[in-house]
Design a protein around this ligand. Structure first.
Ligand SMILES: Cc1cc2nc3c(=O)[nH]c(=O)nc-3n(C[C@H](O)[C@H](O)[C@H](O)COP(=O)(O)OP(=O)(O)OC[C@H]3O[C@@H](n4cnc5c(N)ncnc54)[C@H](O)[C@@H]3O)c2cc1C
Length: 386
């Protein structure tokens, strides 16, 4: 299918060639078994795609978020689900931009070689949800360690990662001037933490997405695992969150192209009432509309990535790209399911799997409503609603 954005042909060709070795049947089986696509993630790691953002001096490819987003887009466009491995991309910039030289030397070469995975980020909590600055997990300095107590929810890929970036409060909310102050981020060695006070409770969910509840009881983290300055973690985590939004936008765009391509092929071949169903404008228009919206969302995705790579403020663009792309992929998913008729519900067509996967992005990593309120307040200057 011809789209307006076949830029970065070398990256696209490389990722497509790898993804071709993992056809629909592979992803379908992994989904049915509720398994982790270990071989697929291994192959992406071996070929260096998940080290795209790591600077060359630490063994990576030294590419930008734009290129990283193309990699994620192609995975989803091939029928796969980047949700199994996108954490490494969005966490990476938090470590690269705010980590110390010592931390980068210690971890980045091992992540680039595939000896370590940095796939998890622990932000969300059960009682405070989107109201992140009110989170209740605390990290209290005791000598040369921080002692962590609290709880997180929906923390993904913990069972398939070695490292996690954890956000916790280091200064009580009552003692800070601004609620975004007094939060810090830490690199957690997951396997070690699981023997020293962190427990992991998997959450079965609608998508085949490995995600968990985490409980911390006097987990000790060495002070050298603090990233950047104590108390500035919220600002640092936003680096990762903006990257995450732009990357998720690219994944939704990959999904959107997958849905429109699949459904266009199907409606061209499926004959009912003696002609292809795709000859009816009632069938054509929702597909065409979804395609137009995916293409438009793609413009904002590349603008968000461009600004991110240039070190410019990209909060508005990353949020708007994620909003537009998640909406467009959802509309494409709906059209694809609808025009497959009953067959859309059969697992062997892969439509219902991709439909479930793309639905997530209306809620996570940030809900559509929260993006609207961000734009209303920060772009349009409307009164703060919460
Ligand atoms: C499969 C999955 C994987 C995830 N992975 C991770 C992860 O790896 N790490 C991590 O930290 N988090 C993760 N999350 C958490 C995700 O980021 C949150 O679920 C999301 O930000 C929404 O927060 P919440 O679930 O607490 O919803 P709530 O904050 O309870 O909000 C529920 C709904 O209420 C509405 N709402 C809330 N406040 C407002 C408001 N002020 N104005 C208007 N509407 C409002 C929104 O529509 C929202 O969808 C994951 C979630 C899922 C489902």
């Amino acid at each position: 299918m011809k789209t307006s954005f076949d830029n970065f042909p070398d990256i696209r060709d490389g990722v497509r060639a790898l993804c071709a070795q993992f056809p629909d049947e592979y992803h379908r089986k992994v989904d049915e078994q509720r398994a982790y696509p270990e071989e697929f993630v291994e192959a992406l790691t071996r070929e260096g795609w998940l080290a795209a953002l790591i600077p060359e001096e630490y063994g990576g490819a030294g590419l930008g978020l734009t290129e990283a987003s193309v990699i994620m887009e192609e995975i989803n466009r091939s029928g796969g689900n980047s949700g199994a491995c996108h954490g490494q991309m969005y966490n990476m910039n938090t470590l690269i931009r705010h980590g110390s030289e010592e931390q980068k030397r210690k971890y980045l070469p091992k992540i680039a070689s595939g000896d370590l995975r940095l796939q998890s980020m622990g932000v969300t909590e059960p009682t405070t949800g989107t109201d992140t600055t009110k989170l209740k997990t605390t990290a209290v300095k005791k000598g040369d360690r921080y002692v962590v107590n609290g709880q997180k929810v929906w923390i993904s890929r913990v069972q398939h990662s070695d490292l996690m970036i954890l956000l916790a409060r280091t200064t009580p909310l009552a003692e800070v001037k601004k609620k975004s102050e007094g939060l810090s981020i830490f690199l957690v060695d997951i396997k070690e933490a699981m023997t020293k006070g962190m427990s992991v409770q998997p959450i079965p969910n609608m998508v085949n997405h490995e995600t968990n509840e985490l409980f911390f009881e006097d987990l000790e983290i060495p002070e050298e695992n603090l990233i950047g300055e104590e108390g500035k973690g919220f600002k640092y985590i936003l680096t990762g969150l903006n990257a995450e939004r732009a990357l998720i936008a690219a994944e939704c765009i990959g999904d959107g192209y997958w849905f429109t391509e699949r459904v266009s092929k199907y409606v061209s071949e499926r004959n009912v009432f003696g002609r292809p169903i795709g000859q009816n404008q009632g069938v054509q228009f929702p597909i065409a509309e979804a395609f137009i919206e995916v293409e438009a969302a793609n413009l904002m995705r590349f603008e968000a990535c461009r600004r991110y790579d240039a070190g410019e403020d990209c909060g508005a663009q990353a949020n708007m790209a994620k909003y537009l792309a998640a909406k467009a992929s959802w509309e494409a998913a709906n059209a694809c399911l609808q025009f497959h008729g009953g067959f859309g519900f059969a697992c062997e067509y892969d439509v219902e799997r991709k439909f479930r996967e793309t639905r997530l992005y209306q809620v996570a990593p940030i809900s559509t409503n929260l993006i609207l309120s961000y734009v209303a307040e920060h772009i349009l200057g409307l009164p703060r609603s919460f």
